[in-house]
Design a protein around this ligand. Structure first.
Ligand SMILES: Cc1cn([C@H]2C[C@H](O)[C@@H](COP(=O)(O)OP(=O)(O)O[C@H]3O[C@@H](C)C(=O)[C@@H](O)[C@H]3O)O2)c(=O)[nH]c1=O
Length: 186
């Protein structure tokens, strides 16, 4: 059985949910989750500069991250496990500025989320997961930035009941700025 690439643009313009090409046979399956040509044909000019992976335990929150300068667009896929993936529109002139959307991504469903430049990105790990990132810009530690995961203005509805309300945060992520502070700086 073959599943073809398919692209669905979200109401936060420029963000997409993407089903990869998958070929199933008696050995298992083959997945292609990025093709420069197919992405271009679907209106996504996504140049690849860096690819990386994170492995996380249930209850981990990594959020809400972005690169302040030399912004990155990211193609994010949960390879194994399950996450609740969140994007936040941080384009000040956008009609959806400050709005968030969340999607369950999983190794089972295999879809990717395309996170455009100038978006914040983060996720809650529902089941132990490996997540892959294909980035359009390299990492610059000096521009690494974020907004606190439980910001009252963003008001992201994390499904914490699915992790028994027990979350794990990095020290860095415990001390990120608020959306209000971010808004005043830009
Ligand atoms: C993201 C990144 C981190 N690092 C280093 C910095 C640090 O020593 C270590 C771990 O970094 P962090 O704690 O920032 O990792 P993490 O919290 O997983 O950060 C990631 O979160 C998700 C939500 C994203 O969207 C990513 O772009 C990225 O910001 O790896 C790199 O060398 N290159 C990279 O591209």
């Amino acid at each position: 059985m073959i599943q073809k690439f398919s692209f669905e643009e979200l109401d936060l313009k420029g963000a997409f949910l993407i089903n990869p090409f998958v070929a199933y046979d008696e050995r298992g399956h083959f997945i292609k989750d990025y093709s420069e040509e197919v992405f271009k044909d679907n209106g996504l000019d996504h140049e690849l500069k860096e690819v990386f992976y994170t492995s996380s335990e249930k209850g981990v929150i990594r959020a809400v991250h972005f690169q302040r300068v030399r912004e990155q667009a990211k193609l994010v896929r949960c390879i194994t496990g399950k996450i609740f993936d969140v994007i936040v529109d941080l384009r000040k002139t956008s009609p959806t500025y400050g709005k968030w959307r969340g999607f369950f991504l999983s190794g089972e469903k295999k879809e990717s989320l395309y996170v455009p430049e100038h978006f914040g990105h983060g996720y809650l790990v529902i089941e132990p997961s490996i997540v892959s990132y294909k980035c359009s810009e390299k990492f610059y530690g000096e521009y690494d930035d974020g907004i606190i995961w439980d910001d009252p203005d963003l008001n992201i509805h994390w499904p914490l009941d699915l992790v028994n309300e027990k979350i794990i945060l990095s020290e860095k992520d415990k001390h990120l700025q608020s959306f209000r502070e971010f808004n005043e700086r830009i």
